[in-house]
Write a new protein. Structure first.
Length: 239
């Protein structure tokens, strides 16, 4: 019961959407890939785990379509909409190392699942350390009251279109108000699927139904990689 309660903290009831038709099918042989399905049986609770320090501020940002297939008429399964803030405007610290927020982007449906269930969208906030190590915060997005994320999703750009500039984004408000995390080591979810990525999954943030619909209309067959085997990995919960 304790494990199920913690799972509810990380990802409250989510919307099942079934198989993601048209999502990337490329697999990878290495055993520590992302995304993964989170279930009570894989959770390990560690109240002594190092805290994730978050230092997010206000920043301008440019929103652009990320193209991978070179075809302006086709929506590639690994393509997305990506926002790039001003360098240094946001960073996290973990185990004494600083990771700067490089960009954040979106997937539909959510790439990580919770007991096999998807949220409509998932936001990935990608951070880089000076030594090149990658840390990603994953936030499920669900229908609810408007949030700072809506301001970004309102500025989505057409494929091969010009980037959209946003004068001010409250980076801290992109995250949920509480920051318990489910942590594991995995990979990038797009080619080249590089491993050694530190993943921190947070509870859901809310956006409007219109924002979700706007993104899903851009990617009608989805842009989420299927979940990958855990292969013995555990997921550490820190509250």
């Amino acid at each position: 019961m304790v494990r199920r309660a913690a799972l509810a903290v990380i990802a409250p009831v989510v919307v099942a959407v079934g198989v993601v038709v048209g999502a990337p099918t490329a697999g990878s042989a290495p055993p520590a890939q992302s995304p993964v399905d989170i279930t009570p049986s894989v959770l390990r609770f560690d109240p002594t785990a190092p805290a994730l320090g978050i230092s997010y501020h206000h920043s301008a940002a440019d929103v652009a379509y990320v193209q991978r297939d070179g075809d302006c008429a086709a929506r590639g399964g690994e393509e997305t909409e990506q926002a790039t803030p001003v360098a240094g405007a946001g960073y996290v610290t973990y185990r004494g190392k600083r990771y700067d927020l490089a960009q954040f982007h979106f997937h539909t449906p959510s790439e990580h699942t919770f007991e096999g269930r998807h949220d409509p969208l998932e936001m990935h906030l990608v951070h880089k350390a000076a030594d090149g190590e990658t840390l990603v915060i994953g936030v499920p997005l669900r229908v609810g009251t408007p949030s700072a994320v809506d301001g970004v999703l309102a500025r989505l750009t057409p494929e091969c279109g010009a980037a959209q500039h946003i004068d001010d984004v409250d980076l801290a408000a992109l995250l949920p108000t509480v920051h318990p995390t489910a942590r594991y080591t995995g990979s990038l979810t797009t080619a080249p699927y590089t491993e050694g990525v530190l993943w921190f999954l947070m509870p859901e943030q809310h956006v409007t139904a219109a924002s979700i619909s706007r993104f899903q209309q851009l990617f009608p067959v989805g842009n989420a990689r299927p979940t990958q085997p855990l292969n013995g990995r555990t997921v550490t919960v820190h509250q």
